[in-house]
Design a protein around this ligand. Structure first.
Ligand code: SF4
Ligand code: SF4
Length: 290
């Protein structure tokens, strides 16, 4: 059983909800942070990294100047203008290379190799309640976020082999390829939105994506009381499309405190938003029958 928490874009309060769900879930629940560009779920918990391995999201061409005969065929073959002449030979401008292999195919001197690029790290963390968090860190500007998301999700499924534990996935923001990698094969989705026009449009895009992947979707409207008219518009859209709204989270200054202190919001008993998230967790648990 897998539950993904999604938002059409970053900054909607998704991590506040995921970290609270992760706190409320029982110890057997496996967590996955698919926001590989800016992973932050682990910051809300005490934990210990038990493994870390390199990830390669792309390849780069390298020219061996000892073998190069300076024919220039590679420069002509490269559609990305990544190869330039230098001192009678040729060299690759790494930042332009897309690893397409065309230069290697045409090289008559076997002077070109493609080498794996070091793009980031896959990390397995054990949290203080002894549950597992599969996460990653993609280096700035590196390629392969979709592939990296697939790999950390695969690691969570391997942990769950032979068991039937719940997996909670903090989905990548947006609707790009890393989001698709976050949601393939998932049964349940919670879409987090905010009551603004752009929030509504982002939510509709995220919902269309979830529908395409046949994910049973639920909705939470964060800070609904900042624009109740727009919140009503979102609810009407959900009614018309048969999507259940399971949370109307009020604006709450305690959220800032929880972010500042890096603790899940539901740990603060005086938080009105936290209490709503507790209700949401109970509803979604019943819906998933876990
Ligand atoms: S691998 Fe492709 S992109 Fe990179 S240098 Fe060769 S032809 Fe250009
Ligand atoms: S195709 Fe090979 S031999 Fe020719 S310039 Fe490029 S690297 Fe050198």
């Amino acid at each position: 059983m897998q539950l993904v928490i999604l938002s059409g874009k970053g900054g909607t309060g998704k991590t506040t909800i995921v970290s609270s769900f992760a706190y409320l879930a029982d110890q057997s629940t496996i967590k996955v942070d698919c926001d590989v560009d800016a992973s932050n779920l682990h910051l809300m918990f005490n934990g210990k990294d038990i493994s870390s391995s390199q990830f390669s999201g792309s390849k780069k061409a390298i020219i061996d100047s000892d073998k190069c005969i300076g024919c220039g065929l590679c420069e002509k073959a490269c559609r990305f203008d990544a190869i330039i002449p230098k001192d009678g030979y040729y060299e690759v401008m790494e930042h332009r290379c897309e690893g397409c292999n065309a230069c290697r195919v045409v090289c008559p001197a076997d002077a070109i190799t493609l080498e794996e690029e070091d793009s980031g790290k896959k990390i397995m963390t054990v949290l203080e309640d002894e549950s597992y968090l599969s996460r990653a860190s993609l280096y700035p500007g590196a390629d392969g976020s979709g592939k990296l998301v697939s790999e950390i999700r695969k690691a969570s499924l391997e942990l769950n082999k032979g068991k039937n534990n719940l997996i909670i996935i903090d989905g990548s923001p947006g609707v790009g390829c890393s989001v698709m990698a976050s949601i393939t094969g998932v049964e349940f989705g919670l879409l987090v939105t905010e009551p603004t026009q752009s929030g509504f449009e982002d939510f509709v895009r995220a919902y269309e994506l979830a529908k395409h992947f046949r994910i049973k979707s639920y909705v939470a409207i964060n800070k609904y009381d900042l624009n109740e008219e727009m919140a009503d518009t979102i609810e009407r859209y959900c009614d018309d499309n048969g999507i259940k709204v399971i949370g109307r989270i009020p604006y709450d200054v305690v959220v800032n405190k929880s972010n500042f202190e890096s603790k899940p919001l539901v740990m603060y008993n005086d938080s009105i938003a936290g209490n709503e998230i507790k209700n949401m967790w109970n509803i979604i648990k019943n819906e998933m029958e876990v």
